[in-house]
Design a protein around this ligand. Structure first.
Ligand SMILES: [Zn+2]
Length: 483
């Protein structure tokens, strides 16, 4: 890979905030990168060694199969624990079920500020190996790219956070706050054995917690050029439903209209072609306006006032081809978990589909369900509610957000940092529900095709993204927590 315009010198990473407000140092070239000089109060950091270790560690971490279900995160937690141990950082395992565990380590600060939590999850979603170019649990490193389930979501960020913690320890940076590292189980299946378990069973670990840095959003790249960073202060609310059709079982040679599968299929057809109403929140209006200048026409014009533009069907149609953006302006319904007959020639007595709905902040779930029933337009079908969460958000002008913006701006001068809500949900919600500010900071820059690997096939991350991410997280933590 060619040298990147925002590969930064170790110089800037030792005492990044010491230079805040001072004239910007010129960006060194890749060739100029070298061992970091010592900051006055800390030990020089061998960033090259740390970066190389980060690649090896991620590769090894990806080889531990933590597909959830069943999760089996204990070996992964022990793997991270061994690394911490080798760095002289003690940590504790918190088992939550057989084979399932969470890991916590803490660097002590002087207590003048409230603690900061680096949160990541150990589990990943399952991977269909037959569709992948490399085995999904191989941790293959090839041509500057690290492959494997979890490379984006979110073992890479786990390693970035781990590296930041190690860098803080090695450098001896004096901390104002405790910095806590927590790798949790079960995020991909709702978090009951992970973050939710920890907050319930070990609440004392999080007393007085001020900030959480977790996964969420990303940097958006197009044609190899960074467009903007997304940092997420909030999330849409998952509403998970089962749509169930029941009927008389029968032989498939004699189909009838009221067969459960047929009834379900007709309802799903209506749902799939339904266009939920557009609703543009003020922060989303602002987000589109910020990224408008980066778009080709006609999007440039549309995005400058997206609320007005979305009145036109052609704009809504166009935006639907960018699901990542379309999901920001409306509640969504995805049809998943289709279940019907187990045999080709049998009409089953029951058929069902999962409806993964994601609601914008401010949408009333009961009202949404009422609308959904109208769209389904079949009172004979049952909607079973499986999970209902609230949309959560944290202040977007906090000290933590300011530091995050400053660090990202330093790494990628001129690249805007925007803070829309996240479309997906994460463990951040458990903390936000308790009044703790949680931010989604996934410090990698990816184009849409690469990002599609998350929960998809051929999930991978470039070495460059991983290594820059380690430094970004380190700087952010040092900025929020250091003296
Ligand atoms: Zn995740």
């Amino acid at each position: 890979m060619t040298s990147h315009p925002f590969l930064m010198s170790a110089l800037l990473f030792v005492a990044p905030l010491a230079s805040a407000g001072k004239p910007q140092l010129p960006l060194p070239t890749t060739a100029e990168r070298g061992p970091a000089p010592s900051a006055s109060s800390s030990t020089p950091l061998e960033w090259h060694a740390l970066e190389d270790q980060a690649v090896q560690r991620l590769s090894a971490y990806l080889r531990i199969d933590t597909a959830n279900p069943p999760g089996n995160e204990l070996p992964a937690a022990q793997f991270l624990q061994r690394i911490l141990e080798s760095e002289g950082i003690s940590s504790t395992l918190y088992p939550s079920a057989p084979g399932r565990a969470n890991l916590v380590a803490r660097l002590r600060g002087n207590g003048s500020k409230r603690p900061l939590l680096l949160l990541n999850h150990l589990d990943v979603v399952p991977a269909d190996a037959t569709a992948w170019k490399v085995p999904p649990f191989s941790g293959t490193v090839k041509d500057g790219v690290i492959w494997g389930r979890g490379a984006i979501d979110m073992k890479s960020i786990g390693i970035m956070q781990l590296t930041a913690l190690i860098a803080l320890k090695r450098s001896g940076v004096a901390l104002q706050r405790d910095v806590i590292f927590m790798a949790v189980a079960d995020e991909e299946a709702g978090g009951e054995l992970g973050a939710a378990f920890m907050l319930k069973a070990h609440a004392e670990l999080f007393s007085n917690l001020e900030y959480v840095l977790n996964e969420g959003s990303r940097g958006v790249e197009r044609d190899g050029r960074p467009l903007y960073w997304e940092i997420s202060p909030g999330e849409k609310a998952p509403l998970w439903l089962q749509l169930v059709a029941r009927g008389t079982a029968g032989h498939a040679s004699r189909p009838f209209p009221a067969a459960a599968t047929h009834r379900l299929a007709r309802a799903l057809g209506r749902l799939a072609s339904w266009e939920p109403p557009v609703r543009v929140l003020p922060e989303i209006q602002e987000f589109f306006a910020t990224i408008a200048p980066l778009q080709p026409e006609p999007r440039r014009t549309w995005f400058s006032d997206i609320r007005a533009a979305l009145q036109k069907p052609e704009v809504r149609e166009d935006l639907s081809h960018t699901p990542d953006l379309a999901a920001l302006v409306r509640d969504t319904v995805a049809i998943t978990l289709l279940k019907g007959s187990a045999k080709m020639n049998v009409l089953p007595s029951e058929a069902s589909a999962g409806l993964d709905c994601r609601l914008l902040p401010g949408t009333d779930p009961d009202q949404f369900l009422k609308t959904l029933r109208e769209v389904i337009a079949d009172d004979g079908l049952t909607i079973v509610e499986e999970e209902r969460n609230r949309a959560t958000s944290s202040p977007s002008d906090s000290e933590a957000m300011q530091v995050i913006r400053r660090v990202l701006a330093k790494h990628t001068p001129g690249v805007p940092v925007v803070s829309p809500i996240t479309r997906g949900a994460s463990d951040s919600r458990f903390f936000r529900e308790r009044g703790i500010s949680a931010y989604g900071v996934s410090p990698y820059m990816m184009d849409d095709s690469l990002y599609a690997g998350m929960h998809g096939v051929d999930e991978r991350i470039s070495v460059e993204n991983l290594q820059r991410g380690c430094r970004i997280i380190f700087e952010v933590v040092e900025g929020i927590g250091g003296l």
